[in-house]
Design a protein around this ligand. Structure first.
Ligand code: BTN
Length: 266
């Protein structure tokens, strides 16, 4: 049965409180780009765009997310009624949903600030958050998630291959796509429900239990500067707190985070 038919069938039977509508495609440029167009046209909160493959999957910092068959490529459209300052915490909601799902399949993962999900320092999933905020009010947020479930890692370009893994590689067996998708959507519903109830501290505490960033010496590349220091905490909005070698405390809103002890591999 084709992916389109099978996934549409799956979506008819999926039961959840938050996810209302799954829009399924064989292939798209990018599920995030399609979700963004749909959100601008008024797509309702809880709409999900899902594709079997992407031709121009987008990563953070305009990187390409190579998206062959076997991966999960989804974008969730949400319209949270929260202050804009709470939006970054949705990175943690997404990272935790992905991390807990992968762990439920027996693979131990760690989250790297803000939302990379890795196994033994190799990336297994990526998250791209895009939002539209007008006059301080949140119009929509797109949470894009890519997970190397059954991806044949050798199909990825060599430079990405060496830094990536998949559940298939880690478990040496294929995972049922729909079983995995069900688990992921349930985990997302769980963590997003906490967010909607404004249980931000609970989300942060859970993220702290699952990250290996805190305690690491890091180098952060922001859009304007490079900052190095010891990552020692996150603030209530999920911003990273760094202590620089000069003893200053820096709050980082967003950026590319590299661990010093991995820099020679970067
Ligand atoms: C990253 O780690 O750089 C983020 C990668 C995010 C990839 C996902 S795949 C589904 C969704 N659609 C996209 O174009 N990107 C995200």
């Amino acid at each position: 049965m084709s992916f389109l038919i099978q996934t549409k069938e799956f979506s008819k039977h999926y039961k959840g409180d938050i996810i209302k509508n799954l829009l399924v495609f064989e292939t798209l440029d990018s599920t995030n780009s399609t979700a963004k167009s749909l959100a601008r046209e008024g797509a309702e909160d809880g709409t999900i765009v899902i594709a079997q493959t992407q031709t121009h999957g987008r990563g953070r910092f305009d990187r390409l997310w190579v998206s062959p068959e076997g991966g999960i490529y989804i974008s969730v459209i949400i319209r949270p009624k929260v202050a804009a300052e709470n939006v970054p915490l949705l990175s943690f909601v997404a990272a935790l949903s992905v991390a807990k799902t992968i762990e439920s399949f027996g693979v131990h993962v760690r989250v790297k600030w803000p939302n990379d999900v890795r196994v033994n320092r190799k990336k297994i999933a990526g998250i791209l958050l895009e939002s539209e905020i007008m006059e301080g009010s949140v119009e929509y947020v797109i949470i894009g998630i890519g997970i190397n479930v059954n991806v044949d890692i050798t199909k990825l370009p060599l430079d990405i291959q060496v830094k990536s893994t998949s559940i298939h590689v880690e478990k040496a067996t294929s995972i049922d796509y729909y079983e995995f998708l069900t688990a992921l959507l349930h985990q997302f519903e769980h963590f997003y429900a906490l967010f909607r109830k404004e249980r931000y501290k609970r989300i942060i505490d859970e993220w702290k239990k699952n990250t290996d960033t805190l305690g690491h010496s890091v180098r952060i590349q922001t859009s304007t500067e490079t900052i190095s220091g010891l990552a020692f905490d996150v603030d209530p909005s999920g911003f990273l707190l760094l202590k620089t070698p000069q003893g200053d405390i820096k709050k980082i809103f967003s950026g590319d985070c590299l661990y010093f002890d991995e820099l020679h591999h970067a």
